[in-house]
Design a protein around this ligand. Structure first.
Ligand code: SF4
Length: 328
């Protein structure tokens, strides 16, 4: 079978593979069943514990967005949501063995940095005050750099994050304007340098297949990113599913690149990253050779260990609190 035939055969929309079970396999669970799963998680062979916190708020919605998020939530709504998170943590604490150690906390969204950052700090303190941690736990947050000034970055650093994922998507401001995405407030190079000084690792996230992107323009974006030597770099393929997210139809009018060109954007980026010494560890994830994930892959110790089943929802619906895949 030729590559083209293989691509044609498997070029179908599938759930995101970054969580398992994938979003479309999540089921509603009753309270009893859920708590039984949480209790049972205490008996897992690897007993580290990981938390995923979903923050479903953004300041503006990007036209391509396929996440569970609402724009411009009122302060009362954000406060009510975080109160609920604290209450849910308190409800679950009696079910979790206090001897378990946190290996990972991840804040995703939405855009966790689009809200007053004291909410994040308090939640982090709540979790870290409830359990010990392994040596060098990963405390990570997805950041939308459009709304963060120097003071905000200092506040995040003060929260003790060890990894930041900056949602860049593209450095081409025409592309960003077309998809209703605000560019970074500060030069990304400046942000990366400051985060590095704090001792944290930095990921840069991109999307290919958006209107206005070409193989050449996306190559320029990736070249600029490589110049910053992020610890990890992700090139997400834009998932066009207007039958789920009607707002994506706007991008059809703006003109989506043909599939073949989209594929070339990825191939070109993968070549640039390989030449720069990055390892390709997943469909669209690239890491430096000394990255934990790459080393775990080499030792064949990478496994996904789910401690409990997410509470009847996923990041594409509403997930007040859930466990996430972790590397132990
Ligand atoms: S910032 Fe992220 S979650 Fe928010 S609208 Fe844009 S893509 Fe969606």
């Amino acid at each position: 079978m030729t590559n083209e035939e293989l691509i044609a055969k498997y070029n179908k929309p599938v759930p995101r593979y970054t969580s398992y079970p994938p979003a479309n396999s999540f089921v509603e669970m009753g309270e009893e069943e859920y708590l039984a799963a949480v209790d049972q998680s205490n008996n897992a062979a690897v007993d580290n514990i990981s938390f995923y916190i979903h923050v479903p708020f953004c300041q503006h919605l990007c036209h391509y967005c396929g996440c569970n998020s609402v724009a411009m939530a009122r302060n009362e709504v954000v406060e009510a949501y975080f109160d609920a998170l604290h209450r849910e943590i308190n409800l679950l604490l009696p079910h979790l063995d206090k001897g378990r150690k946190i290996s990972q906390i991840h804040y995703g969204g939405g855009s966790p940095t689009s809200i007053p950052l004291h909410h994040i700090r308090r939640l982090n303190e709540h979790l870290l005050g409830s359990f010990g941690t392994i040596e060098n736990p990963e405390i990570a947050i997805e950041c939308h750099p459009a709304y963060l000034n120097d003071e905000h970055w200092e506040q995040l650093i003060g929260c003790g994050f060890t990894r930041y994922s900056l949602g860049i998507q593209d450095f081409d401001e025409n592309v960003l304007r077309t998809v209703n995405r605000r560019p970074s407030l500060l030069p990304v190079e400046h942000i990366v340098e400051r985060l590095r000084q704090s001792g944290a690792k930095v990921n840069l996230d991109f999307i290919y297949g958006l209107p206005g992107q070409t193989v050449q323009s996306f190559a320029r974006t990736i070249a600029r990113a490589i110049g910053m030597r992020p610890n990890r770099l992700v090139t997400f393929s834009y998932a066009h599913v207007p039958y789920i997210y009607g707002r994506q139809r706007i991008l059809e009018k703006a003109g989506l690149p043909p599939e073949a060109e989209k594929m070339r954007m990825f191939e070109q980026a993968a070549e640039q990253l390989a030449r720069a010494g990055y390892c390709h560890i997943g469909m669209d994830h690239f890491v430096e050779p000394n990255d934990d994930l790459q080393q775990a892959l080499e030792r064949k110790q990478l496994h996904r260990n789910f401690r409990a089943i997410a509470h009847g929802a996923s990041r594409h619906r509403c997930m007040p609190w859930a466990y996430r895949a972790s590397v132990s």
